[in-house]
Design a protein around this ligand. Structure first.
Ligand SMILES: Cc1cc2nc3c(=O)[nH]c(=O)nc-3n(C[C@H](O)[C@H](O)[C@H](O)COP(=O)(O)OP(=O)(O)OC[C@H]3O[C@@H](n4cnc5c(N)ncnc54)[C@H](O)[C@@H]3O)c2cc1C
Ligand code: FES
Ligand code: FES
Length: 1306
């Protein structure tokens, strides 16, 4: 029997004791499920989003110092925390006890939308400021890199924290004091420190040494976690348990541990072994203890660099460059150098660098003592298997460099910041004393093979050669031969990168030899990164009087979002008899299901049931919108990820384990994935949707010019931070069911659930408090999660919670439709576009879902923002074996408008005219008619265009860029200005309506409900502004609790950028009724208060409840005849974007964006600016980095934000200027405001076209002046491979080995 200790740690100052903690349990699980601290969110479970950021404080008994670090709670094992203190967002401040300055900052700067990421952001900032109260903006942006936000576009978050830095009580330096001093400081500064704050590190942890010095062991059901505190004890344990892994930060091994896949039942945690955390200088180099975290290594190196002189420190300096791009703060704070070196992966940055640096590993065991091992070919071939069972790595020695030795580490990722390298390298050269010839060379690469590679033969053949450009050519040639393998299907790119790195290294060494710095020409550390700045310009009309509308009031939920008190579905407390449901999904892209056997799953203790289509009491097939969809697959599956069944169990962990035990056998069938394959096989849903306006035939012969081409857009994952979630609670009486879910579309959810369960809709109440980001992905795709919970609850008569983890969510749900446009454009010599002949394809996936609508709505925009009178287009929905693609911000328009802009770009290149000239000649003006036969009602499109062109100084900057490009060979800039217009309104008349309910209570408080779902777009704030204005009462008297089918029935979905338009009308309508009813009482007592009039009305038995309805127009749109009204009005905008690319790596940076946007008389300009910035950054992701690849059998490679990259704070425009067009408005909405949710996304194509300009400039340097068909998204790979140069020429001459794992890009 193993000895067992009690795990003791502190959370927000309170002591927590856990008997028999399970080593698989993460801190996140424990916080949320055992301590009910739901402010810490779970969005990925991969350490890749920062939503679960918390602060861990530790006491160093040796140095008597307290350290505070941020960490991702989803990666931290509970057992790691013994003797430490954890601070969560609840410990920072709360709406009841007072908000922290950081929380106030984010509230005041509107630094959130849906707020799901907000607690994590707060904790990252809080930790930074506790460590460094005088942090700079640069430091702040660096730490925020680990926190993803899908809504805001980050700029307001940066602003918020800039403010917070000024007001943070951390400047009092309370946190760094010993207990006694901090106590007295707290007392003396009582007023400045909110009582809620955990400013004092728990004294018990400082005073009781045994927390840190005693060996402890925690035993769960499966694993025992030993935490020794001395080298001798860890060696003894290793001798006793040779198979046991030594764990440190648990960032690599944690995945196996959490999934119960570690074969050894003993785990040895080395974090408290003091001998392992020493960094010291020796005569031969720097000796770094294996337990030193990357963050402290960085600090030590910076300190040492201050002391020692070049050239000794070249390795250290280069290592620092490498360290800054490994993971993010949350990772670097816990990840150790030992864990990193001993991890098995092909592209670990520091590992690869250390190979080049000739590092030496120091192993130790009880029996054999010390063993030194060079990081060389053996290390690569055997990796950590070099270690004997009873050995541990104690330190790594990095040799100094000499006068003639030079070294760099470089990497290129899909996204700059928080991303593994596609290729990473360490490059070292030793020159002879004359500094002319090569004496030694080590070229290490990661990401070019299954494991890191030392290019030994290339290095050997370089010895004795002169360090010259000829050598670069030779090395590149040799590298291509030596590294060419069949592991990747983009070997061309990877080898190009490897050679480009070497070329940069050559330039770098040349500069060092000459003692000059010409890094403006190239850079070994990436493009220069400045901090984010920007302006937001809008009018707050003075004619508003007491009106609250049109004012930038803060989000009404700001306090709760910033404090983590805001409730999302998974934050709803657990019901006593609740079950968790985990879906069982198809692993085949197209197959007949031959058998499903849940026996093993059902045998697992805690499993209650397995449900599938036969358990659906009503109709398993979706009857309405998804006419060809099913809740559970029946006898055939049509894509990987299709839901086949679900396991119901007592808790999530058991349900997840059990779901993997369900055995399914399949008979594989033919598959189709891409548009091209579907065209070839003629796999289409329905026939073509045709648009034929004007008379294209007549201009075919008369147009002076015509060009043809194709362009395409890729897939885009919604990546809302809150995954699909539902909780179904049965009420046995009357067969009622209450469903809490994160849907944008309550009515359809209610309707389809009623079909599944065969009960009338009045028994099914669907409720939404808020949604953690939707973007269209929680319309039809929110139905299955609610369906599983509802069917499970129906069958078991117990509440069922179904929360998809990120991987499941990504696998099951549909995405933005990839598209392809084949075009022929007719135009005159002056650039006037006369006509378009198009075929437009979208990849619909395996069911129709809303693809017909996406296609048809997209085709409304076939003229883009231009006056093109003759258009013919056939649109097709390709049927493929992908999850059914679905609604996504912009709903077809981004794909079509991108195509139109590509066409104009092509025309401009063909005519050798400037692009802006061609755009300006064709731009729509008042009275022009669009492809959907809507008359452009005003000239605001042209106003946006001209103001943006002027404000951004486009013409002047264009010239400056020409000059920059002519003097820089390896860095190029591009600029583009792109207009957009977007019609607001749904085609079916019935969808252009909304309802509201206003309830007034006798204390004067008002409960408002309407049909719009709050998903970050600020709808509740705007609706409260409307109610406050109409009732003439302060905002604070009104709340919106939730949206429910029980209060406002038959609501229109929240989408189409018109939620505010429709619901504002309905709220206003209801409020006017109340106001009219109170008017007689107001007249009787004009000096009275709102409460007086309310009570007087009540006493007279006047109803204080009113419903409201609003319909936005009287004519719908007929897709078949392309007639009628769809655009109530247009929202317009223009964006001017400047970018810079690194021609050698394909990396880019958006230098500046200027947007002028016409959103009418904005209901709330602060919210609308947020929508513009957030929409733009989301579109920027679509245009540049968001890409999904499938294995040949149709499985998605990405399982979450670890592999699927959305923009992070480092990627957003360095200068981001937003202006709302003045003196605009529309009579079509009640307050003259315009819809804003979707249109700004379309502006981001300006990034793509600016990138294309930069690429064309690079190509021009080698004499290529063609219209290069850069594909969208303009990824690092595509940009690099477009910048033709000698390296690419060389790679293209070699036949690349065919990939053994070919991938399909969709
Ligand atoms: C979200 C995320 C992003 C990341 N981004 C990057 C990136 O951009 N670039 C990059 O290079 N890496 C990246 N990493 C990987 C990261 O660098 C490594 O996971 C990390 O360094 C591992 O250190 P650890 O202390 O957590 O090791 P652990 O996970 O604790 O251990 C890793 C392995 O080393 C063994 N081990 C640990 N210490 C010893 C010892 N003393 N003796 C013998 N064996 C030992 C363990 O048994 C285990 O097999 C990322 C990781 C995550 C989770
Ligand atoms: S949930 Fe922990 S990092 Fe994403
Ligand atoms: S506000 Fe950041 S993810 Fe929604």
């Amino acid at each position: 029997m193993e000895p067992r200790d009690t795990l003791i740690f502190f959370v927000n100052g309170r002591k927590v004791k856990v008997e028999s903690p399970s080593p698989e349990t993460t801190l996140l699980q424990y916080l949320r499920k055992s301590l009910y601290l739901t402010g810490t969110k779970s969005a990925c479970g991969q350490g890749a989003c920062g939503a679960c950021t918390i602060m861990i404080s530790s006491y160093d008994v040796t140095n008597k110092a307290i350290t505070h670090v941020s960490a991702n709670a989803c990666l931290v094992p509970l057992c790691y925390l013994h003797g430490r203190a954890v601070t969560t967002v609840e410990g920072v401040g709360s709406s009841r006890t007072g908000m922290h300055a950081i929380q106030k900052g984010i509230m005041e700067s509107q630094g959130f939308q849906c707020g799901f990421c907000t607690p994590g952001m707060v904790m990252t900032m809080y930790t930074l400021l506790r460590n460094n109260p005088n942090a700079t903006q640069e430091e702040m942006e660096r730490v925020l890199e680990g926190n993803l936000c899908r809504c805001t576009g980050y700029r307001p978050i940066v602003d918020a924290f800039n403010e917070a830095i000024k007001n943070c009580p951390c400047v009092l330096d309370l946190c760094q004091q010993t207990t006694e001093t901090s106590r007295s400081n707290v007392e003396s500064t009582n007023q400045k420190v909110p009582p809620s704050q955990d400013v004092i590190f728990p004294p018990e942890l400082q005073l009781t040494e045994s927390y840190h010095t005693k060996n402890v062991v925690f035993s769960g059901d499966r694993y025992s976690w030993y935490r020794p505190t001395s080298l001798s004890e860890i060696l003894r344990l290793k001798e006793e348990h040779p198979d046991a892994p030594v764990v440190m930060g648990c960032n690599s091994i944690g995945n196996l541990l959490r999934k119960g896949k570690l074969t050894s039942h003993v785990i040895i945690c080395g974090t408290n072994v003091r001998e392992l955390v020493v960094v010291e200088t020796t005569t031969s180099g720097i000796r770094v203890g294996a337990g030193v975290t990357m963050a402290s290594l960085e600090r030590s190196f910076k300190e040492l660099l201050g002391k020692s002189k070049d050239p000794l420190n070249r390795s250290m300096k280069a290592a620092l460059d490498v360290l800054q791009w490994i993971g993010v703060d949350q990772i670097r704070n816990t990840a150790t150098i030992g864990g990193h070196v001993m991890s098995h992966a092909p592209n670990l940055d520091l590992q690869v660098f250390l190979l080049a640096a000739r590092a030496e590993l120091n192993f130790l065991s009880q029996g054999k003592g010390v063993r030194q091992c060079k990081m060389d070919g053996d290390f690569i071939n055997n990796g950590y298997r070099l270690v004997d069972g009873n050995e541990i790595l104690v330190a790594i020695t990095i040799p100094y460099t000499s006068e003639n030795e030079f070294i760099v580490g470089m990497k290129q990722s899909h996204r700059r910041g928080f991303d593994y390298g596609i290729v990473t390298c360490g490059l070292f050269v030793e020159l002879d004393t004359s500094r002319e010839d090569v004496r030694g060379m080590r070229l290490a690469f990661g990401g070019v093979d299954k494991k890191p590679v030392l290019a030994l033969s290339t290095a050997a053949s370089s010895i004795g050669k002169t360090w010259s450009e000829e050598l670069v050519t030779a090395v590149c040639g040799n590298l291509i031969m030596e590294l060419n393998n069949s592991h990747h299907d983009n070997s061309n790119f990877r080898l190009t990168l490897a050679c480009s790195f070497f070329f940069k290294f050559f330039l770098f060494v040349q500069d060092q030899l000459k003692n000059v710095n010409s890094s403006s020409q190239y850079s070994v550390t990436g493009l220069p990164l400045t901090t984010v700045s920007g302006t937001q310009v809008y009018d707050v009309p003075s004619d508003g009087g007491n009106r609250i509308v049109w004012k930038p009031v803060p989000n009404v939920s700001s306090e709760y979002l910033a404090s983590g008190e805001a409730q999302f579905v998974d934050d709803i407390p657990t019901f006593q008899s609740e079950l968790c449901a985990v879906p069982v999904i198809s692993k085949q892209a197209h197959a007949r299901i031959t058998s499903v056997d849940p026996t093993h799953a059902l045998e697992l203790p805690g499993v209650v049931d397995y449900i599938n289509y036969s358990d659906v009491p009503g109709n398993n097939r979706f009857k309405e919108a998804l006419s060809d969809g099913t809740l559970f697959a029946e006898d055939e599956v049509f894509c990987c990820g299709q839901v086949i069944g679900a396991v119901l169990a007592e808790n999530q962990t058991v349900a997840e384990k059990a779901a993997k035990l369900v055995i399914i056998t399949y008979e594989k069938m033919d598959t189709t994935f891409t548009i091209e394959e579907a065209i070839e096989k003629n796999e289409m849903f329905d026939g073509a949707h045709e648009i034929d306006v004007g008379d294209l035939e007549s201009i075919r012969g008369t147009a002076s010019q015509c060009v043809e081409g194709t362009c395409s857009t890729g897939v885009q994952e919604h990546m809302y931070l809150e995954t699909q979630s539902a909780l179904a609670v049965p009420k046995l009486e009357q067969h009622e069911l209450e469903v809490f879910t994160s849907t944008q579309i309550l009515t359809i959810t209610q309707q389809i659930l009623s079909q599944f369960l065969r009960i009338p809709r009045n028994r099914l109440t669907v409720k939404v408090k808020r949604v953690g980001g939707g973007f269209g992905g929680k319309q039809m795709d929110a139905v299955p999660v609610a369906g599983i919970a509802a069917v499970g609850a129906w069958k078991t008569k117990r509440p069922v919670r179904c929360i998809w983890d990120r991987e499941t969510d990504m696998k099951i749900t549909g995405k933005r439709h990839p598209s392809k446009t084949v075009y022929m454009v007719y135009f005159n010599d002056d650039g006037k576009i006369l006509g378009l002949d198009l075929k437009f394809y979208i990849n619909a996936g395996y069911t129709r879902d809303c693809s017909s609508c996406v296609l048809k709505v997209g085709m409304w925009y076939l003229n883009g923002c231009y006056n093109i009178q003759n258009i013919k287009c056939q649109g097709y929905k390709c049927k493929t074996n992908l999850p059914s693609n679905t609604a996504f911000r912009g709903f077809g328009a981004p794909q079509v408008m991108f195509a139109v802009e590509s066409i104009l770009q092509h025309v401009a290149t063909q005519l050798k005219m400037s692009h802006e000239q061609v755009r300006q000649i064709n731009i729509v003006r008042q009275g022009d008619v669009t492809a959907s036969r809507q008359i452009v009602p005003d000239d605001n499109m042209f106003r946006c265009w001209t103001e943006c062109r002027t404000d951004s100084q486009y013409d002047q900057r264009r010239h400056e860029i020409v000059t920059f490009n002519s003097t820089n060979r390896w860095r190029k800039r591009g600029i583009a200005i792109i207009p957009i217009m977007f019609g607001i309104g749904y085609a079916p008349l019935v969808a252009n309506q909304a309802g509201a309910l206003v309830l007034v209570y006798l204390d004067g408080s008002v409960l408002l409900t309407h049909g719009g779902v709050e998903m970050g777009q600020g709808i509740h704030t705007k609706m409260i502004q409307v109610a406050s204005t109409e009732l003439d009462i302060p905002l604070e008297k009104i709340i919106i609790s939730e949206v429910s089918t029980a209060t406002v029935p038959n609501t229109t979905e929240s989408g189409g950028s018109q939620v505010a338009d429709l619901n504002a009308g309905a709220v206003r309508n209801a409020c006017i009724k109340i106001r009219d009813r109170l008017e007689p009482f107001r007249k009787v007592k004009p000096e009275g208060t709102w409460e007086d009039w309310v009570n007087a009305a009540y006493n007279e038995r006047v109803s204080l409840a009113a419903t409201g309805i609003f319909k936005s127009r009287e004519e719908g749109f007929d897709f078949d005849t392309n007639t009628g009204v769809h655009a109530n009005y247009y929202t317009y905008g223009t964006a001017c974007t400047e970018v810079e690319i690194d021609c050698l790596t394909g990396e880019h940076q958006v230098r500046r964006v200027d947007i002028v946007m016409d959103v009418g008389k904005s209901l709330n300009p602060a919210i609308d600016v947020g929508q513009i910035e957030g929409g733009f950054v989301m579109g920027y992701g679509l245009m540049t980095m968001e890409e999904i690849q499938l294995t040949a059998d149709g499985r998605m490679k990405a399982s979450g934000p670890l592999e699927y990259k959305i923009p992070c704070v480092r990627n957003i425009p360095r200068e981001f200027n937003i202006k709302l067009l003045q003196n605009s408005g529309t009579v079509k909405t009640v307050y003259s405001s315009k819809g804003v949710g979707e249109p700004p996304l379309l502006l981001a194509s300006s990034v793509f076209f600016a990138l294309k300009e930069a690429v064309l400039a690079a190509r021009a340097d080698v004499g290529l002046t063609d219209d290069y068909p850069l594909k969208c998204p303009a990824t690092t790979e595509r940009i690099r491979m477009a910048c033709q140069d000698k390296i690419i020429d060389r790679c293209q001459q070699v036949e690349m080995k065919a990939s053994s794992n070919p991938l399909v890009t969709i």
